[in-house]
Design a protein around this ligand. Sequence first.
Ligand SMILES: [Zn+2]
Length: 219
Amino acid sequence: MRLLLQPDETAKRRRNKQRGRPRRERGATMLTRDRVMNVLQGIDDPEMPISIIELGIVDDVRIETRTDGDAVHVRLLPTFVGCPALDLLREMVEERLRASGAQAVHVEFVFDPPWSVSRISQAGRERLERFGIAVPQRGGQGGGASTCQAASRPALVPLSRSGGEDAGALYEAQESEPVRCPLCGSEQTTLHSPFGPTRCRSIHYCADCRNAFERMKDV
Ligand SMILES: [Zn+2]
């Protein structure tokens, strides 16, 4: 069952494709931190329809002034270990910063401090909700990004029900807070599958508007 998930995914890819063709700007040899942050603000996370700045994965930016041009060091906090999108993310950051005048770009992934949903900016939360992705108010307590699966899988209790086409996919989650439907605001929702299109998202079902939606896991 794909439900609502497909259109957003393709739209996101199309947008990323467009953004992946940066205009090369001549003459901007001096890179400032503001300029670098602006460039990063324009890069969407490969798996999330928001900027990597809004997602809170940019931990540190350092500009090293060299005689042959500026080198930019970017420290990123992946949302979880082993994310298959990390290579893509590195390429995007390198490509975009080079196009903006960096002579060299060094992207480093660190896991300390751990990324958590509490790092997502308010603008990022609102943008995700408009895409139909619910975001927990705060992250798990120090769970961190070690792995999305281990740190955040809620306690699942299979629902006892008679019949049904996909009984194995139905669970009831012991969530730390009510899960609000991003489409209609109702809290009459149930966890449909702990495994969404990416490992950091789960799929929920709203009993009121009868839509499925995604939710970022509570890390
Ligand atoms: Zn709803």
